[in-house]
Ligand binder design. Structure first.
Ligand code: HEC
Ligand code: HEC
Length: 333
């Protein structure tokens, strides 16, 4: 009975999921640092991305066929989900805010505690997690072997039956294709078009100043150093130990991976537990010097920013929104 339901469901997807894919990633400025394998996609990688896209949007990836990756990672929200904690298979609630997904090709570790070292492995965590997809890869592989679409695509690309290798590779390639490089600030920086207005420009100077030290952690092209820091958030109400969950070291308690600051206009709420709904709340937090929770990084201290300086800083952050990315056709099902 169960396998019949799965069969019917996959059959339905097989018919739907073959739209003609015009393979243009969003424009990538010439000096934007991105691996050539993504800037100049090979035919094979385009096929991997197309297959990964079908998987990403397929609810057949969850045990009760209720949830897909895209349920928690929505394009219009820069592939975040707009909730403090995500809702997964069986209506279960997750433990952290679903982060937006883009520019995942930079070397880094994944999850707020860095618990997943490689992008290929990310898909396994929600699959095994009872609260997320709850369908281990081995079982999913068998399910996909009942679908003509997946069997023939995977045979074509990988010369094998649907299996954990092909599924995780294809999903990885779709995620690698999520390129966000078209914010106003990118345009200013890489296309040397002077597009920042006066307020954004003052905000930029504040952001990169020694006074705020924002850029000491939110550094580089993705505005993150990919390191783990304790910014002093009050953790009393939480079981989440942050980086310490992975390292088992007391000094890593309440340290979380520095968030990227791209696309914040789409990806509220903020912080690992979605505790802040607006950027002005986040900036007010930094301006008052944090909650002073044990282990707070010494760079988080009262900043004395005036209301108009806070506004400038917020305007600068909004210049990092990429409205092309959240609408681009190639990422749609
Ligand atoms: C039920 C909601 C849910 C589903 C379904 C889900 N995710 Fe996630 N995803 C999350 C949450 C929550 C996190 C943050 C986990 C953490 O930090 O501990 C996350 C983190 C990630 C990350 C890490 C991003 C980073 O910058 O560290 C990637 C990549 C990702 N998910 C991809 C996927 C893929 C691919 C699928 C489908 C196979 C998927 N997710 C399914 C909720 C979900
Ligand atoms: C000591 C390193 C550090 C400094 C300095 C710092 N941040 Fe952060 N920031 C982080 C970390 C780590 C997180 C993630 C915390 C979490 O998920 O709970 C974060 C989260 C954020 C977020 C929320 C992003 C999201 O998607 O949830 C914003 C916005 C932000 N920081 C802006 C700033 C600004 C503006 C400044 C300067 C006033 C600043 N940060 C200074 C490390 C830092």
């Amino acid at each position: 009975m169960k396998s019949w339901a799965a069969l019917l469901l996959l059959a339905a997807f097989a018919c739907e999921s073959k739209p003609e894919l015009k393979f243009d990633l969003p424009e990538i400025p010439a000096d934007f640092p991105i691996p050539d394998s993504i800037r100049y996609l090979s035919e094979r990688n385009k096929l991997q991305i197309e297959l990964g896209r079908a998987l990403f949007y397929d609810r057949g990836l969850s045990r009760d066929s209720s949830v897909s990756c895209a349920s928690c990672h929505k394009q219009a929200l820069a592939f975040g989900d707009g909730l403090p904690f995500s809702v997964g298979a069986h209506g279960g609630s997750g433990r952290r805010n679903a982060p937006p997904l883009f520019n995942l090709f930079f070397p880094q570790s994944f999850f707020k505690d860095g618990g997943i070292p490689r992008l290929e492995e990310v898909a396994m965590a929600p699959m095994d997690d009872h609260h997320e997809l709850d369908l281990p890869l081995q079982e999913l592989s068998l399910r996909l072997r009942t679908s003509d679409f997946y069997v023939s695509e995977i045979e074509k690309i990988y010369q094998r039956q649907p299996d954990p290798f092909s599924i995780t590779r294809a999903l990885m390639w779709f995620q690698l294709s999520l390129v966000s490089a078209n914010s106003k600030y990118d345009n200013y920086l890489y296309n040397s078009a002077q597009v920042l207005n006066a307020s954004e420009s003052r905000g930029k100077d504040l952001f990169f100043s020694n006074r705020t030290q924002c850029a000491s952690c939110h550094s580089g092209v993705n505005f993150t150093d990919f390191q783990f820091h304790n910014i002093g958030l009050n953790m009393d109400a939480q079981l989440d130990t942050g980086r310490a969950r992975i390292s088992n070291r007391a000094e890593d308690f309440a340290k979380f991976k520095t968030s990227s600051l791209r696309n914040l206009g789409f990806s509220a709420p903020y912080m690992h537990d979605g505790r802040y709904n607006s950027l002005s709340e986040v900036l007010a937090y930094y301006n008052r010097g944090g909650d002073g929770y044990p282990g707070q990084d010494s760079r988080i201290k009262p900043l004395g920013l005036s209301p108009s300086e806070l506004q400038d800083l917020e305007q600068f952050l909004h210049a990092l929104n990429d409205s092309i990315f959240v609408k681009h056709r190639v990422y749609q099902p």
